[in-house]
Design a protein around this ligand. Structure first.
Ligand SMILES: C[S@@+](CC[C@H](N)C(=O)[O-])C[C@H]1O[C@@H](n2cnc3c(N)ncnc32)[C@H](O)[C@@H]1O
Length: 206
């Protein structure tokens, strides 16, 4: 079976040229996220893709570590940041599971359009919880395919042949994963039926 990084490497150039599907919703998510950011913050984004979101938020925080399993996505992200002379983002090729980040060192973790691509989202969410400082925030945007495309449960295994892992779950199952890991839901918004659900989850402690 093909590996996920190969699938995303093949897609990277095409992906970088695609317009944002719903610009209004994207801008609103950026704006809400921005309200959680402070100039002294250390941020992680995993599944950063071609780096657009990290680049937008970079002026408002101290540092961003932006990781992605695809080296091609990281190459494109790095060249976009270089073209804008951005120096506080470190782009690195890494999956969330191989990332070696000490516990309680991050203020905010972001994961956009990636939680449904993970082999084990509960493990990743537990890891995010550990890496966050008490009172830290996990900001995610996720298509919960089970609500709109139930048939994906049957076709998802075909995607695996090409390296695409697709996990089918509902918004409630995602919320259960987050609260099960210890998070409290601070903000939840969905632009419309079938659209990605935007969630800001808070680690208790402050
Ligand atoms: C649908 S794209 C989303 C990219 C970007 N976050 C965005 O919103 O445009 C999913 C990205 O997640 C990356 N990815 C998939 N599995 C990952 C994993 N386990 N760890 C880190 N990145 C992963 C892929 O390489 C791809 O760039």
């Amino acid at each position: 079976m093909a590996k996920p990084h190969k699938f995303w490497n093949r897609l990277a150039k095409f992906y970088s040229k695609q317009p944002v599907a719903d610009e209004g919703a994207y801008q609103k998510k950026l704006q809400v996220t921005r309200e959680y950011l402070r100039p002294d913050m250390a941020v992680l984004e995993f599944g950063c893709g071609t780096g657009s979101t990290a680049i937008v938020h970079s002026p408002y925080v101290k540092t961003i570590l932006a990781i992605d399993i695809s080296s091609k996505m990281i190459e494109i992200a790095q060249s976009k940041a270089d073209a804008k002379n951005i120096e506080n983002i470190t782009f690195k090729r890494s999956s969330i599971d191989e990332l070696n980040q000490p516990d309680q060192t991050l203020d905010v973790v972001m994961a956009h359009s990636v939680l449904h691509l993970l082999e084990n989202r509960d493990e990743a969410i537990a890891k995010v919880y550990k890496m966050l400082k008490p009172g830290g925030f996990f900001v995610s945007s996720t298509v919960c395919i089970a609500e709109t495309m139930r048939f994906f449960k049957f076709v998802a295994p075909i995607g695996k042949l090409f390296g695409l892992t697709l996990r089918v779950f509902t918004t409630n199952e995602l919320l259960d994963s987050l609260t099960g890991a210890g998070f409290e839901i601070d903000h939840q918004w969905q632009p419309g039926k079938g659209k990605a659900v935007f969630i800001v989850a808070k680690k208790a402690g402050e």
